[in-house]
Design a protein around this ligand. Structure first.
Ligand code: PMV
Length: 322
């Protein structure tokens, strides 16, 4: 059995995080520059049914059954085996590596699940379709996130820019004009499940306030979609700034995110906002080709531990099965 490799990109949410958990739309794009990679190799000395896990980034070197049942890698492997009806797979080693920062709003968990599910199902001779992979990865996302909207597993599985509404068929975005995003990482790990849970508590205390905020975000997301699909990039920055303001009002920003957003705007970004769960993790800034270097250096001066520049352009994304 030859070794099988599969990869999956990171992702970034451009508009609509949190409101998307409450049924509003959101826009997310893959970040192809950062990827999770899974390699499955036959293990000639192992016993049938034995799967070894080797994930050096998170210090794992163990057999599958030694992992807790709700450990996401174990859950992802067992999801594939049960989907394929295979109880005792051939002995193999699953090696997982990733360049996607962990707990930073870039979908590292979903990307590991997707890469692993693709590599393992191909190794077992039954490559899963995107729809199946996305569905199984969503189940694992519930361990990471509690009540995920499904946007991470969707954008990462299809590796296409998406306009996402929970429970609705996939809609990909047209991108007539490329645009450049600088991602700035506060370096503060912020587990999404925690922030989503806190917001859920606040929403329960004052549903009117939060529903109104989510509605305002939905208007921005729809505007942003039209703006992107019309190639009218000049209007996109202001929409980012407005979305950030609503996220602040939801209480999911932090002093560290505020200083990075401020620094990016002062360095000439057309707009900037936090991205993902918030209270740490990442922010994004919109720029043109020339402005990225200056924004990156301003972000680092303001405390970013990492910056990533990604160009969002049609030719980077290849539509596979839907
Ligand atoms: O970008 P992440 O992985 O932190 O996801 C956050 C997105 C939320 O809308 C806050 C949660 C979700 O499941 O959509």
């Amino acid at each position: 059995m030859p070794a099988i490799t599969a990869t999956a990109p990171g992702k970034i949410i451009l508009f609509g995080e949190h409101a998307v958990v409450y049924g509003r739309p959101a826009i997310a794009v893959p970040v192809n520059e950062e990827r999770a990679r899974a390699i499955v190799m036959a293990d000639p000395r192992g016993q049938v049914g034995e799967i070894r896990i080797n994930a050096p980034d998170v210090g794992l070197e163990t057999s599958l059954e030694q992992l807790p049942e709700d450990q996401p890698i174990r859950a992802a492997v067992e999801g594939v085996l049960s989907e394929l009806g295979i109880a005792r797979p051939p002995a193999c080693t699953l090696r997982i590596t990733s360049t996607i920062p962990i707990s930073a709003g870039m979908g590292s968990g979903a990307a590991v699940s997707v890469a692993l599910m693709r590599a393992l199902s191909s190794f077992l001779g039954h490559p899963l379709s995107n729809a199946h992979v996305s569905e199984l990865a969503f189940e694992v996302e519930k361990i990471h996130h509690g009540t995920p909207s499904g946007i991470d597993n969707t954008v990462i599985t299809y590796a296409m820019p998406v306009y996402y509404v929970r429970g609705q068929p996939l809609e990909t975005l047209r991108l007539p004009e490329p645009f450049v995003i600088v991602i700035g990482d506060t370096g503060l790990p912020s587990p999404t499940a925690l922030v989503v849970g806190e917001l859920r508590g606040d929403w329960q205390m004052d549903q009117d306030k939060y529903e109104a905020l989510f509605d305002s975000v939905a208007v921005i997301v729809k505007d942003a979609r039209a703006t992107i699909e019309n190639g009218n990039m000049g209007a996109l920055g202001a929409l980012m700034n407005q979305n950030h303001e609503y996220l602040r009002q939801m209480g999911v920003s932090s002093p560290e995110l505020e200083s990075l957003v401020e620094a990016a705007r002062s360095a000439g970004a057309a707009g900037a906002k936090l991205s993902g769960g918030g209270k740490g993790g990442n922010m994004i800034a919109l720029t043109d080709d020339g402005g990225a270097v200056e924004i990156e250096s301003a972000l680092r001066d303001a405390g970013a531990v990492r910056t990533i520049v990604t160009t969002i352009e049609e030719s980077k994304y290849i539509q596979t099965d839907a």
